[in-house]
Every structure is written in structure tokens, then in C-alpha cells.
Design a protein around this ligand. Structure first.
Ligand code: F6P
Length: 336
């Protein structure tokens, strides 16, 4: 292996820079040259590239974003795009490509691996944590930390003014950020895609829960975590609907892209470093067509196709815990 390329693709995630750094430093250690294509697959198609060595990656691991830029490429979804990318990779005599991204990016990587002879390794980089085959994804920990921090702040004002808040978090079609941030902040309720698919909540059932929690706990602040795309009109509409029924001030708060920025947590920096190093080690071993992820305390590889074709589930244990803590069952007189 003499030359590898790296791209960051799809929504950026805190820790991507740490991963690029690990790829470059490990490659250099083995005397392998590194090229980056900028703006993900767009760079591969436009032949927009730069060389990366240790001077480019000094002191970047503490910053979010990505020094080689990212993009969602509509063009790369077209069948012939993979052949074009393969031609550009061959023109640069690239032996292997590291794709740091999420499910859409791995779909592209999988497609490319069928049209190009070089090795393709995926590294899970998405705040959504929704990739089958890895317990964890780069950026998820930081996004949860950001959401928790915001939820703590919201609680201060909700409690001071006896208000109901609906805090909308990201996650695309998965509830990992929603569940973790709700648990970490003690939110009274969470509306997550996985739960909505099973038993959708209605305005009436939410109102009933708010009233029951307030009656039993004697606390009129109530904070709800709403995963994006899970309520028509989102947090803004739900707040209006609840205010109409409860006659209490209900306020929406949309965290949006704040969840994609900020200083990566120690967890994300370490994860990104481990996975970046592992990606290069896999390339040196001749491995291709897999995502380098984690399982338990260790590392695990999963075929790229499985990462986006199979669905990763939420921890039922976590869901049960969170729901049982906010099931306002009245105590009997003897306190049992
Ligand atoms: O996949 C990461 C993510 O932040 C999702 O949580 C969210 O649904 C989406 O990207 C937003 O995408 P964009 O930044 O393109 O609006």
C-alpha cells in the first residue's frame, strides 16, 4: 500500500477531524501517502483533492467540523458516478479509500466498491448513532452532551416558571440522541421514532401524562424530548396543541444544528482516534468493503451493505427504565 485517500461525507460530526488526524498519522507511520478529496464524494467526482501530512492535522482533534469539508452528494447517487470516481481514484494511483460518514455515505461506499478494484473502508461518523454494526458512532457522544446541556438549561427556566417545554432533537429516523439525552437530563417524556412506530402518542395521551405527573409529583415543570420528524409541525405545533388543552404556558425549543458543533467530548476524540487507526490497519491487512466500528469494549467489522440495510435497535432496557421512572402510578396509603 503506497497511497490512500480519505473523505468525510454527509452531515459532519464532532470528532471527524480527530479521525482524519489518526488516519494521516498512522499512514505516515507506515510510509503511506494520504490524499483527501474535499466535500466528500463531490470532491471525488470533481477531482478536488489535497495532500495531507502531519502538518495539516496538527492540533485539529479538539475541533468539530472537518478540515477536508463534507457534503451530501446528489450526483453520487447516480449509477455511473461510481465509475467516474473509480477513474479519478485510479488516476491518482490510490490503493484504498477511507470514507468517514453515515448510512448514505456507506451506501455510496458500497456502490463504489463494486466498481473499483481498490480497498474501501468505512468509519462511522454521524451524530445519529444509527449504523448497524457499531455500538457507537463518532459525534454521537458530543451531540448527546450538547442536548443534555440544553435540556438542563431549559429545566431551570421551566421550573422557575412552571412551564411545559418540548425540546426537539436530531437523529434523522432514529431515537438514540432522544433517548440518551432524555435519560441524562431526566426529561419526563420522550417521543422517539421507534416508540411512535409501535404505539403513536396522541395529544390526549400526552396531556393525560402531563396532568398525572404534575398531580403526583407536585411539580408543574415538564420537559419533553421530541425526536425530529415525529410530530406533524414539530415542537412548535405540539406546544400550541398542548397549550390549547392545558391552559399552561408550553414552549418549543429546537436544538437543530447546535448538536453538530462544539468541542468533541473525550469519548468522541478517543473513539475517532481508535477507528482512524483501525481503518489504516485493516487496509494494511488487505481488508475491504467493511465498516470499522465498535462492539462492547472492542473493535468490529461489518460489511458495508449491512450497515445501511439492517436496522440498529434502541436498548429496550434503557427505554423501560426511562418510561418506568415517569410512570406516575399513585402510591397507596401505606406507601407501598
Ligand atoms: O445525519 C445527521 C443529521 O444531523 C441528522 O440528525 C439530521 O436529520 C440531518 O443530518 C440534517 O441534515 P442537514 O444538515 O443536511 O440539514
Amino acid at each position: 500500500i503506497q497511497r490512500i485517500a480519505v473523505i468525510t461525507s454527509g452531515g459532519d460530526a464532532p470528532g471527524m477531524n480527530a479521525c482524519i488526524r489518526a488516519v494521516v498519522l498512522t499512514a505516515q507511520h507506515y510510509g503511506i501517502e494520504v490524499l483527501a478529496f474535499r466535500h466528500g464524494y463531490e470532491g471525488l467526482l470533481n477531482n478536488d483533492w489535497q495532500r495531507l501530512d502531519e502538518t495539516n492535522v496538527l492540533h485539529i482533534l479538539q475541533y468539530s467540523g472537518t478540515i477536508i469539508k463534507s457534503a451530501r452528494s446528489e450526483r453520487f447517487k447516480q449509477a455511473e458516478a461510481a465509475q467516474e470516481a473509480a477513474r479519478n481514484l485510479d488516476a491518482h494511483q490510490i490503493d484504498a479509500l477511507v470514507v468517514i460518514g453515515g448510512d448514505g455515505s456507506f451506501r455510496g461506499a458500497d456502490h463504489l466498491s463494486h466498481h473499483w478494484d481498490g480497498q474501501v473502508i468505512g468509519v462511522p461518523g454521524t451524530i445519529d448513532n444509527d449504523l448497524f454494526g457499531s455500538d457507537d458512532t463518532i459525534g454521537y457522544s458530543t451531540a448527546v452532551e450538547t442536548a443534555m446541556d440544553a435540556l438542563d438549561k431549559i429545566r431551570d427556566t421551566a421550573e422557575a416558571m412552571d412551564r411545559v417545554f418540548i425540546v426537539e432533537v436530531m437523529g434523522r429516523h432514529a431515537g438514540f440522541i432522544g433517548l440518551s439525552s432524555a435519560m441524562a437530563s431526566g426529561a419526563e417524556r420522550m417521543i422517539l421514532p421507534e416508540l411512535q412506530r409501535e404505539k403513536p402518542l396522541t395529544v390526549a395521551s400526552i396531556v393525560k401524562h402531563i396532568e398525572a405527573v404534575q398531580r403526583v409529583r407536585g411539580d408543574s415543570s415538564y420537559v419533553m424530548v421530541l425526536s425530529e420528524h415525529q410530530w406533524p409541525g414539530g415542537a412548535v405545533r405540539l406546544a400550541e396543541q398542548l397549550e390549547d388543552r392545558l391552559h399552561l404556558p408550553c414552549r418549543p425549543c429546537l436544538l437543530g444544528h447546535t448538536q453538530r458543533g462544539g468541542r468533541p467530548t473525550a469519548h468522541d476524540r478517543i473513539l475517532a482516534t481508535r477507528l482512524g487507526v483501525h481503518a489504516v490497519q485493516l487496509i494494511r491487512q488487505g481488508v475491504s468493503g467493511v465498516m470499522a466500528g465498535t462492539s462492547g469494549q472492542g473493535l468490529a467489522e461489518t460489511p458495508l451493505a449491512e450497515t445501511w440495510q439492517k436496522r440498529k435497535g434502541l436498548s429496550q432496557e434503557w427505554v423501560d427504565i426511562q418510561q418506568s421512572l415517569f410512570n406516575p402510578v399513585k402510591k397507596s396509603k401505606n406507601g407501598s
